[in-house]
Design a protein around this ligand. Structure first.
Ligand code: GDP
Ligand code: MG
Length: 163
């Protein structure tokens, strides 16, 4: 049995970048619910010596489309249903946005263990939104750079504790 880890959050926070960093071979998704499979990817992955099943959610790029937010939240709810833990990403440069807050509510309602990840933390201004994220009430954020690989050790510790 592999722990199922859902990578969730609003568009553009770096979910797929983190997924790709941790993922190995992609798995086919079998799900007959209409509209569900469209933009979810699953793969076996690895975080240190931990083997995981990773679920990437809602890679919609056309961010302006009407109804997008509701659709993304639905995708997130579905991914959370089967998950043992979720990685909730925010953009530490931007700080917490209203959309982040609505995702936080979805996660809270799911009752699943969550690791709050403040992504894009590398470099001089990387952590400007880090303090902000404590306000989500989802615990201590793990500073990460999914693009460059910084913070993976702390992420490992948080996931191991959360599972
Ligand atoms: P998603 O929509 O949440 O899946 O986000 P993506 O993984 O597609 O990333 C969105 C954008 O953020 C891309 O341009 C990435 O290159 C960039 N990005 C992802 N992770 C990082 C990071 O750690 N640091 C920086 N500076 N940019 C990142
Ligand atoms: Mg994506």
């Amino acid at each position: 049995y592999l722990p199922r880890i859902a990578v969730v959050g609003r568009p553009n926070v770096g979910k797929s970048t983190l997924f790709n960093r941790l993922a190995g071979k992609p798995l086919a998704i079998v799900d007959d619910r209409p509209g569900v499979t469209r933009d979810r990817r699953e793969a076996r992955g690895r975080l240190g010596d931990m083997e995981l099943l990773l679920i990437d959610t809602a890679g919609y790029d056309d961010g302006e489309k009407a109804g997008l937010d509701a659709e993304m939240r639905t995708q997130t709810e579905i991914a959370l249903e089967d998950a043992d833990l979720c990685l909730f990403l925010i953009d530490a440069r931007t700080g917490v946005t209203p959309l982040d807050k609505s995702f936080a509510d979805v996660i809270r309602r799911s009752g699943k263990p969550v690791v709050l990840v403040a992504n894009k933390c590398e470099g001089r201004f990387g952590e400007s939104g880090l303090m902000d994220s404590y306000g989500l009430g989802l615990g201590e954020p793990v500073p990460l750079s999914a693009a460059h690989g910084g913070g993976i050790g702390d992420l490992y510790d948080a996931v191991e504790t959360g599972l």
